[in-house]
Design a protein around this ligand. Structure first.
Ligand code: GCU
Length: 138
């Protein structure tokens, strides 16, 4: 299956706001995390089958300070303090990928800021099912 995009502005947001004042985002805007640890964006993604998927977050960080986030899948830590370093400007968008194991059907992918600066500005999450096509041995 082709990669699927999930816009941050359509996700569940706790302690953050949807904005559109920095150009280059996809969709209607991006999520500006509140500058506090614990702020999060949570996407509900549909996986056709269980397996390993690439999760790619498109983001901007106009500061020189890393904005790490924990990635949780269905409540369990999948990747801790994933680094989102500065991109040079709030209008410079880059991507960061992690792999995660998803279950078949709906999965909650939560990206939670771990520092007082909050997360980076979050544009979208892309879920690539390529690896999930491989069947596991019986
Ligand atoms: C600026 C910027 C925001 C960003 C914020 C931050 O206010 O305009 O888009 O989210 O800094 O530091 O998080």
């Amino acid at each position: 299956a082709a990669p699927t995009d999930y816009e941050a502005e359509d996700a569940l947001v706790s302690q953050g706001v949807v904005e559109s004042n920095h150009a280059g985002f996809s969709g209607r805007g991006f999520v500006n995390y509140t500058n506090v640890s614990g702020s999060f964006v949570e996407w509900t993604v549909n996986a056709a089958q269980a397996g390993t998927y690439a999760l790619t977050l498109r983001y901007a960080n106009g500061t020189g300070v890393n904005r790490p986030v924990d990635i949780r899948v269905n409540g369990a830590i999948s990747a801790s303090a994933v680094a989102f370093p500065g991109t040079g400007a709030w209008t410079n968008w880059q991507t960061k990928s992690v792999t995660a194991t998803l279950t078949a059907g709906l999965n909650k992918i939560r990206a939670t800021a771990t520092t007082a600066e909050g997360g980076p500005n979050a544009d979208k999450l892309t879920v690539d099912a390529a690896d999930a096509e491989k069947p596991t041995a019986p």
